[in-house]
Design a binder for this molecule. Structure first.
Ligand SMILES: [Zn+2]
Ligand SMILES: [Zn+2]
Length: 438
């Protein structure tokens, strides 16, 4: 009887899966960023830019307040309850749960948030407040393109040529999409520090970086059907080293060791430093010429100048140098991640309807079942992804039943969408995604 039941379920799944291929290109454009720099204080003060706010109780799945609010104080109350005080005139109490705060009205729409008497920061999107470690944790639910408007100028010099900023935008977008499960099944997907990518919110935004984000909307780098591991660093010193030399583990084809430039010329990063210091960058051969990353033994060359960072993947000063000389973002990325290609996430492709952000509550990509086997080499807390391999052996009958349960519990979207979300994972290049779940 049990076997018969399982066989029926398998048949239903097979039908539901027909024609549905899991793809990282379906990623939601809403990303949950843990505002870990704010800590986990006893209370937050939130101010909507418009003077109007909507409060949504995610645990109960209902809007609980919508109206005027200059200042909202969210604090931990007796018995672990959350107290929400609106302009000192209205107090609301909730059992331990997740509360979403969204500004209402016309642009500019953002929320300022501060912990206790500390400095406040402004964020686009929605702020979620969740009880954590005896205090409160703030998570920003933000459109990934808005997230990048803050990440790009935080990660690369704001004076960089346009091409370097565009290359940085694509690398940072890819990095985010690939690392959506870096913090496990936790309360957020990526954090706001160098552990993931630096994200201080609106304060850091500049027009040039926002334009670079817009011009590259939805673009990521892929390799062998997965988002590439687009690690980057400040300055390689003239020679890039391979990911294997830096962190051991499996060899990654596009993260090889090679000279950062054209043979017989100064490395691109020397030009980048000169550009940043307002010195003439000199002349190099025409941009499209001789741009081949030739492999080199990583430890046999003397550095040309002081290096900063792990020296794997894109050298940011090198990208600035290439941009200053006249190379495009595509050429910069082809040089630092050879063999990768640009793909566009489905939300940015005209004619493809995003299936996520129109409904409430805001839904983010679901985490697939994972085993605890580390994906590659020793863990490097600052750069290497902690994604774990989806083990075939981890998918037995019980996980299948759990899967079906979660699909039938999914509040929005069809079963097929549920399955697609459930089984998508940004895997390591070379590892196949879970196309086949049985
Ligand atoms: Zn992180
Ligand atoms: Zn370099």
């Amino acid at each position: 009887m049990y076997n018969f039941f399982v066989r029926c379920l398998l048949a239903i799944l097979l039908v539901a899966c027909t024609g549905v291929e899991a793809s990282y290109l379906d990623a939601s454009r809403i990303v949950r960023v843990g505002l870990t720099k704010l800590g986990t204080p006893q209370s937050f003060t939130i101010e909507p830019s418009t003077g109007f706010i909507e409060l949504f109780n995610k645990s109960k799945n209902q809007a609980v307040y919508s109206g005027k609010a200059a200042t909202v104080v969210v604090s931990i109350f007796q018995g672990g309850k959350i107290k929400v005080a609106i302009d000192n005139r209205k107090s609301l109490y909730y059992e331990s749960s997740e509360l979403l705060f969204s500004p209402l009205g016309k642009n500019p729409l953002n929320l300022k948030i501060k912990a206790g008497g500390k400095k406040s920061f402004a964020y686009r999107g929605t702020i979620s407040v969740i009880p954590d470690k005896g205090g409160l944790l703030a998570v920003n639910l933000v459109d990934i393109e808005d997230y990048l408007k803050s990440v790009v100028p935080s990660e690369i010099s704001t004076r960089s040529p346009d091409a370097a900023q565009e290359a940085q935008a694509i690398a940072a977008r890819t990095y985010a999409i690939r690392n959506l499960f870096r913090h496990g099944q936790g309360k957020y997907q990526v954090c706001d520090t160098v552990h993931c990518q630096v994200y201080p919110g609106i304060v850091k935004e500049i027009a040039a970086a926002s334009r670079a984000v817009k011009r590259t909307e939805g673009q990521i780098l892929s390799f062998s059907g997965s988002p590439a591991n687009t690690v980057y660093h400040s300055n390689c010193g003239g020679y890039l080293i391979s990911s294997k030399a830096a962190w051991s583990g499996t060899e990654i084809k596009y993260l090889s060791s090679h000279f950062d430039g054209i043979s017989g010329q100064e490395p691109f990063c020397s030009y980048g430093i000169r550009f940043r210091k307002n010195q003439p960058t000199g002349k190099l051969p025409a941009p499209a010429k001789d741009l081949i990353a030739k492999p080199l033994p990583w430890n046999t060359r003397k550095l040309h100048h002081k290096n900063f960072g792990h020296r794997v993947g894109m050298c940011q000063d090198g990208a600035i140098g290439m941009g200053a000389i006249g190379y495009s973002a595509r050429q910069i990325l082809a040089f630092y991640y050879p063999g990768t290609r640009i793909e566009t996430l489905n939300y940015a492709v005209p004619g493809i309807k995003p299936h996520i952000e129109t409904e409430k509550p805001l839904v983010v990509a679901m985490k697939p079942a994972v085993s605890s086997t580390p994906l590659e080499g020793p863990f490097n807390p600052t750069q290497i992804s902690t994604l774990t391999r989806n083990s075939r052996t981890n998918r037995g009958k019980s996980s299948l039943l759990e899967t079906l349960k979660s699909i039938s519990n999914a509040k929005s979207g069809s079963a097929a969408t549920g399955i697609r979300k459930m089984f998508w994972t940004p895997a390591q290049p070379g590892l196949s995604r879970q196309r086949n779940i049985l």
